[in-house]
Design a protein around this ligand. Structure first.
Ligand code: SAM
Ligand code: SF4
Length: 319
């Protein structure tokens, strides 16, 4: 499907829950998360018809995210059913990795092709602090499991957090030396809890790139909005996702579905289209999706205004 600015939209990120087993400080508050009822959240029986409709409009890649997608019990079945939908070529997952150690094999067998694991520090104490209680070693075992079963190339997503992980950037880059693992540094966005971090100052991709002259720009084999770099003799590569310092709206090929079943054509816009009432009627759903995707906003104005217009927190949108 081509939108009115000529962009081909072939990628959907679907947040399947807003619940999470971590409470990362820049993403979720410690307490006071309102409990959603089953009726509020997209049910799996609704997600499959939605993906079928999206595939009819040319979506080829689905990424499941959250909250934490692996806390959903029947995610393996969801992945399997998605893999059976004609036109879906790629199924990916964004996870905090905590449950991967036990689940990677069944997810892979069900048809999962790629995993992005969010990891902001390699220090166990700092990890516990930023996630409010997470166990780094368990996540590292999950990473090893993915590598051992061939769920590669694996991506590590690292949000750049000023005075927290700037001193670990080289350690993350070194992870790519001997392992088929790609690291993506993400600029902190002023969304939800991230606003407090953003206001204290951010590390931009360009600041990191200037500090590391060994980074050589390359053209990525996959369609991506990241700026990708190689380092001589490293098996993996390094990428930067720069929504603030350099927006990539012209190349944006994605739409987002929130955990409550609304379509978000742009992460930073407050525009949301409620799909829930149409999920049982393919014809109506297709026509609503067509109009909404066609009208995807041209660009966001985050860097100019310093504020996002989305009314959601990241755990509801899915990153
Ligand atoms: N729980 C899963 C995880 O952590 O990978 C998936 C959902 S999480 C919301 C998706 C991604 O959004 C993670 O990589 C997380 O680090 C990132 N994220 C959350 N809040 C952010 C913020 N304010 N700025 C930039 N990235 C953020
Ligand atoms: Fe949970 Fe992911 Fe948000 Fe951390 S970033 S609180 S793991 S949803």
């Amino acid at each position: 499907m081509i939108d009115k600015y000529g962009r081909q939209i072939d990628y959907a990120r679907i947040s399947i829950t807003d619940r999470c087993n971590f409470r990362c400080r820049y993403c979720m508050p410690e307490k006071g998360i309102e409990k959603k009822t089953r009726d509020d959240i997209l049910r799996f029986e609704e997600i499959i018809p939605l993906i079928k409709a999206l595939s009819k409009l040319g979506v080829k890649k689905i990424r499941f995210t959250g909250g934490e997608p692996l806390v959903m019990k029947n995610i393996t079945e969801l992945i399997y059913k998605t893999s059976q939908i004609e036109g879906i070529k790629d199924i990916a997952l964004t996870t905090n990795g905590y449950l991967l150690e036990d689940m990677a094999q069944e997810l892979f067998d069900a048809g999962l092709k790629r995993v992005n694991i969010s990891l902001d520090t390699l220090d166990a104490e700092k990890f516990k602090y930023i996630t409010r209680g997470g166990d780094l070693l368990k996540v590292l075992r999950g990473i090893e499991k993915c590598l051992s079963i061939g769920l590669t190339p694996l991506k590590i997503n690292t949000v750049l957090i000023k005075d927290f992980n700037d001193m670990e950037i080289i350690d993350f880059i070194n992870l790519t030396k001997d392992i088929e693992l790609n690291v993506r540094f993400i600029e902190m966005m002023p969304i939800g809890e991230g606003k407090q971090f953003y206001d204290k100052g951010i590390i931009t991709a360009n600041q990191v790139i200037e500090r590391i002259p060994q980074l050589v720009p390359i053209k990525s084999k996959e369609k991506t909005v990241a700026k990708v770099f190689a380092i001589k003799n490293h098996k993996g590569n390094i990428g930067f996702i720069t929504p603030l310092s350099c927006k990539f709206c012209d190349e944006c090929n994605k739409i987002r579905i929130t955990s409550t079943g609304t379509l978000k054509p742009c992460l930073h816009s407050k525009q949301e289209i409620n799909l829930k009432p149409y999920l049982n009627n393919e014809e109506e759903l297709l026509s609503l999706l067509k109009i909404s995707i066609f009208d995807k906003p041209k660009e966001h104005f985050l860097s100019e205004e310093n504020v996002t217009r989305t009314l959601r927190r990241m755990n509801q949108i899915g990153g």
